[in-house]
Write a protein that binds this ligand. Structure first.
Ligand SMILES: Nc1ncnc2c1ncn2[C@@H]1O[C@H](COP(=O)(O)OP(=O)(O)OP(=O)(O)O)[C@@H](O)[C@H]1O
Length: 606
């Protein structure tokens, strides 16, 4: 036999604790209480319209002296429903019935009314059910200590529907002040499908709903529509858009528009996407609604296919959200396609600001890559030409891994007719690598210095022999910097010297520098890493008149200083970060040359 202590009992709920939990951990701000009230009013009208299509559909919020009241012409509640639904946390009438019918409602969790305790000390609901013609008006009065009473109302309602009264909590009165209530109601409720109004007690109500939304309204012309949408974007998102993208995808249950940011945006910066769920504002910072690559856009959409989280401040991350995200991504893609076909000037303007986002997208989308290839900016050995055009001219393309490598070889490659693309910028290397997929016949290889060296002509052995004295001085001067000197003939003639190195040579130079600065232990370890491998090379251009003149100078000291200057100039051309030792060398050679020019050296040497 079961003893009494073993029998089943009902849970007790500490209402204050629960409200505390809601306000601190579920909702971002008490402001959402208005949304919960509006939502219940709208759902009640929806339920009534399901049994009586001609029933009135109004929700009116009124600011009264000690709080607010909200009247709806909805389905109302019987006394039994009041006990069952209002007094049971987590109970909702909106989960009953067919799935299709459930979809019509905004609420589902049975906690919405509780949110009102974040701002109210007392909630009073006066309701008359529309289900039975002679239903009594019932009054439910609940206090934030968790107690409630149900009575017959003193004054019966003439019509079915519900009135909810909130009596302000002294510490939350600001949330129930008339101006605040009007502002919140307009923010959450402007697109609701029924007539929502706001009034200060005793005054005429003003409309809150403003439908259809700007993007669905008829406009006299496309320009008028654009002006209206720009104004809407300025008002709600705070910027004037570069362009507007239509995001209405009926099969995905989404209607809305995307606004292109007028300035470059970072992928790390969360865009402000405003999402309405069946006309009720869910959030103005929805994440995951747009694909990550669309960070150049903020959107405003109304959807009836997505589900909210329990806080109703974000979207539930399910397969439907993924489908909608793909559909919206598709719309952005078609917008880009139509720009490319019909308004290239605007496309260029857009890419000028957002090419990074587009490149990120094109990496995984060959169709888009081939479409936008003519417009996407790349740096090539022939300047900033379109990649498609460049690849047509150079079916064998070379791509550098870093910006420095590009700087180093671009001038010489251009002179030799080698096509080199700078793959050092974000996404560019990936996109160039994808080129053969969208331009069959094009091959892409990574550029290493040998490709360039191979196109440098060897100098006649007799000439080299005649210049051996000069070369010996040059090699001796640059040996300490870890650089070899070679003599070649190449174009452009105006380029006196070319600095060539690769990763291994760079590593070796950095290691040597670190070893010379390090204490004994470290220099021992770094010394063990020493490579006898490749050294960087300074390639002097025999065709360059300056190099010939330097080689012809009689004074070894002056030759050495001039070679150091050529090395310094080649380093600067390569735009690589200068090491301490390079800076010292540059400084020395510059001052040395000045001394020669001003005659100090000559006098001292005489
Ligand atoms: N204005 C109203 N008219 C008629 N019934 C109402 C009204 N407000 C609340 N109810 C009833 O009370 C129930 C509980 O409301 P509550 O707001 O707590 O939860 P919900 O709206 O069902 O779900 P959610 O927590 O998702 O908002 C509702 O399911 C509904 O049946």
């Amino acid at each position: 036999m079961m003893t009494e202590s073993q029998g089943s009992r009902a849970f007790q709920v500490d209402l204050r604790g629960l409200v505390d939990l809601l306000s601190h951990h579920l909702y971002s701000s008490p402001r959402v209480y208005i949304r919960e009230l509006l939502q219940n009013g709208v759902d009640a009208v929806t339920a009534r319209r399901a049994i009586d299509a001609d029933a009135p559909g109004t929700v009116l919020i009124t600011a009264v002296s000690d709080g607010i009241r909200i009247d709806d012409s909805g389905i109302g509640l019987t006394e039994a429903e009041v006990h069952d639904l209002l007094a049971t946390i987590g109970r909702s009438s909106k989960r009953d019935g067919l799935a299709a019918a459930r979809q019509d409602f905004l609420g589902r969790f049975g906690i919405g009314l509780l949110a009102c305790f974040m701002v109210a000390a007392e909630i009073r609901v006066v309701s008359r059910s529309a289900r039975t013609p002679d239903a009594a008006t019932v009054e439910w009065r609940a206090s934030d200590d968790g107690s409630y009473t149900v009575t017959g109302a003193r004054t019966p309602r003439a019509e079915p529907g519900t009135t909810v009264f909130l009596k302000a909590r002294p510490d939350a009165a600001e949330w129930l002040a008339a101006d605040r209530v009007r502002e919140l109601a307009a923010d959450f409720g402007s697109l609701l499908p029924f007539d929502v109004g706001f009034a200060v007690e005793g005054a005429e109500p003003e409309p809150i709903t403003d439908r259809p939304p700007v993007w669905e309204r008829p406009h006299p012309s496309p320009t008028a529509r654009r002006i209206a949408l720009n104004a809407y974007c300025e008002r709600t998102l705070g910027f004037t858009p570069l362009d507007v993208v239509d995001l209405t995808v009926p099969v995905a249950g989404v209607r809305g528009v995307g606004f292109i940011h007028p300035h470059a945006t970072s992928p790390a910066q969360r865009t402000r996407n405003r999402v309405y769920l069946k006309g009720m504002l869910l959030t103005d910072r929805a994440e995951d609604l747009l694909p990550d690559w669309a960070f150049f856009m903020a959107c405003v959409v109304d959807t009836d296919s997505l589900r909210p989280t329990a806080s109703r401040e974000n979207l539930y991350d399910d397969e439907m959200l993924a489908t909608v995200r793909d559909a919206l991504g598709g719309r952005v893609r078609s917008w880009l396609t139509s720009l490319a076909a019909g308004d290239p000037a605007r496309l260029v303007e857009f890419l000028g600001v957002h090419h990074l986002g587009v490149k990120a997208l094109a990496r995984h989308d060959d169709a888009l890559l081939s479409l936008l290839l003519p417009w996407l900016p790349f740096e090539t050995s022939e300047g900033g030409v379109g990649l498609a055009e460049f690849a047509r001219r150079h079916p064998t393309l070379y791509v550098t891994r870093t910006v420095e490598e590009f700087r180093q070889v671009a001038p010489i490659a251009a002179a030799q007719g080698i096509g080199v693309v700078n793959g050092g910028y974000t996404y560019d290397g990936d996109l160039v690598a994808a080129l053969p997929r969208v331009m069959p016949g094009v091959t892409v290889s990574a550029l290493d210095p040998d490709v360039v060296t191979a196109s440098l002509d060897l100098v006649d052995p007799d000439v080299e022999l005649a210049m051996s004295g000069f070369l010996t001085i040059a090699r001796a001067r640059l040996d300490a910097a870890g650089v070899d000197v070679a003599l070649r003939a190449f174009h452009p003639v105006g380029l006196p010297a070319l600095f060539l190195d690769d990763r291994a040579a760079r590593f070796e130079r950095d290691r040597a520098e670190a070893a010379s600065d390090a204490d004994d232990l470290w220099s021992g370890i770094l010394g063990a890493l020493q490579q006898s491998g490749p050294r960087a090379r300074l390639v002097l251009n025999h065709r360059n008149p300056l190099v010939s003149r330097i080689a012809g100078l009689g004074n070894p000291d002056l030759i050495g200083t001039a070679v150091e200057s050529l090395y310094g100039q080649a380093l600067l051309m390569a735009q690589r970060p200068l090491r301490q030792a390079d800076l010292a060398l540059l400084n020395r050679s510059f001052l040395g040359l000045l001394e020669w020019v001003t005659g100090d050296h000559r006098e001292a040497g005489q």
